[in-house]
Write a protein that binds this ligand. Structure first.
Ligand SMILES: [Zn+2]
Length: 297
């Protein structure tokens, strides 16, 4: 590899990827060259390689990244050109969750494991899962958000940005009301709560977010920044002035901030609930002790 400014101009042959990476990380409608496409068996028909892969399993038992193994049986590569495969992968832990792939495969040569693979689609759809708390936070705009997510997964930056912007603008009040709920629970000073309430009434979106500048409770700040101001600055960019790549980057940051905010809101309410439960327990304990003086044993 050369270094320096010339390096940018050197055309590097893209390296073949591994089939497992293709299954896990490639969005649909993409073709890739892979180095381990087929299992070659001398004097037998080659078969499509189906390595074990790691995916998010959403079952109650798992709810995390798990190994998935292919349970499809017919994997013989008999065609001279493209051959189509429907593969089913199953979570090896719960054995409930399945992933289905629709693929076209072309080997370079019947005696070589390399070749091309195209992903028509997969079900459930490609992409990391959207946290249920985030879905709850945006409520009625779930479908628009998921459309944005699909755009983002396929690298369609402008589409993703516009969908996410609509979600945040539509659900501004829902988000603000959740923040007010936390603020009331943790007894934020009343003047700050009032600012948040005024922001709900303010119909001009960017003015409303700007008003909340110093009113968001500390427990909801992300690295010291108000999530509302972070959203505001991402959304204030005009989509006409931005490239698709810039939009994609902004769209991803909007999604990350929304996700983080939904986590913090839930955590703040949970912390508060735990704290008041603990206090109630201690108060009862104290009362019970004072009404029943300890007996000598
Ligand atoms: Zn599972």
């Amino acid at each position: 590899m050369s270094t320096g400014s010339d390096a940018d101009e050197v055309q590097v042959e893209p390296q073949d990827s591994l089939l497992s990476e293709f299954f896990e990380d490639s969005p649909p409608n993409q073709v890739a060259r892979v180095s381990d496409l087929a299992v070659i068996q001398p004097s037998y028909t080659p078969i499509l390689n189906t390595p074990e892969i790691q995916l998010h399993c959403a079952s109650e038992v798992c709810d995390g990244i798990r190994f998935f193994r292919c349970v499809s049986t017919d994997k013989r590569y008999t065609a001279a050109h493209y051959k189509f495969f429907f593969l089913t992968y199953q979570c090896s832990n719960c054995r409930q969750t399945e992933k289905h792939y629709s693929l076209a495969v072309k080997m370079d040569h019947i005696e070589q494991p390399t070749g091309e693979i195209y992903k028509f689609g997969e079900s459930p759809p490609f992409g990391p899962p959207t946290p249920s708390r985030l879905i709850k936070l945006i409520g009625p705009d779930r479908d628009i958000f998921l459309k944005g997510r699909r755009c983002e997964n396929q690298g369609l930056g402008i589409g993703a940005f516009v969908y996410y912007r609509r979600v945040v603008e539509n659900q501004k009040n829902r988000i603000l009301k959740e923040i007010i709920k936390v603020s009331e629970k943790i007894s934020l000073p009343l003047d700050k709560i009032q600012i948040l309430r005024d922001a709900v009434q303010e119909t001009q979106f960017s003015r409303a977010l700007d008003m909340t500048r110093n009113a968001v409770p500390e427990s909801l700040l992300i690295n010291g920044h108000s999530p509302l101001l972070l959203l505001h600055s991402a959304l204030s960019e005009g989509v006409h002035a931005l490239s698709d790549e810039d939009c994609l980057e902004l769209a991803s940051s909007i999604r990350v901030v929304l996700g983080e905010l939904s986590e913090r809101l839930a955590q703040a309410l949970k912390d508060e609930a735990e704290l008041s439960r603990a206090l109630t327990t201690l108060m009862h304990h104290k009362k019970a002790n004072s009404s029943n003086p300890p007996k000598s044993s």
